[in-house]
Design a protein. Sequence first.
Length: 159
Amino acid sequence: MGVLYDYFRASDDEAVVKLMAATDGGPVVREGGSPVADAVDGKGIDPPVVLGKVVSFALDVPWAADLIGERLIWPDGAGEDPEYEGPWVVVLSERARDALAEIPDDRLPGLADRWSHIEELSYYSDTQPEVMLSRLRELNGLARRARTSGENIYCWICL
């Protein structure tokens, strides 16, 4: 099945901890159910690499492993346990949130096309430019709503 990624917005780390308690550790995106948060199914888009690549394109900077600046916030102690296999939640940096939020609508198609050709996505069958444009629009919208509300973007991850 692979690794699952749900991107969502929340006011702070404490709200995320409460959300994880209320959902028994996730997931945040639930097919056919009531939404538990304003969230986007990441469909294989990991924060540091795949998301990092489109953020680097948007900022016109070279990709770097720390560009997204994610930090583990849930569960407590998971970062020190090499045997822990998830789920866990990271928070993205404000820089990453703002870079996604600030992508103008007219740049989305070009960025999505470039993004669809990165090596990390070459293993998937559903990464055509129009599919990646849809995903980028969802992430862009989520980032805009988060920034407008003064919230952060989080990523729930599960192996």
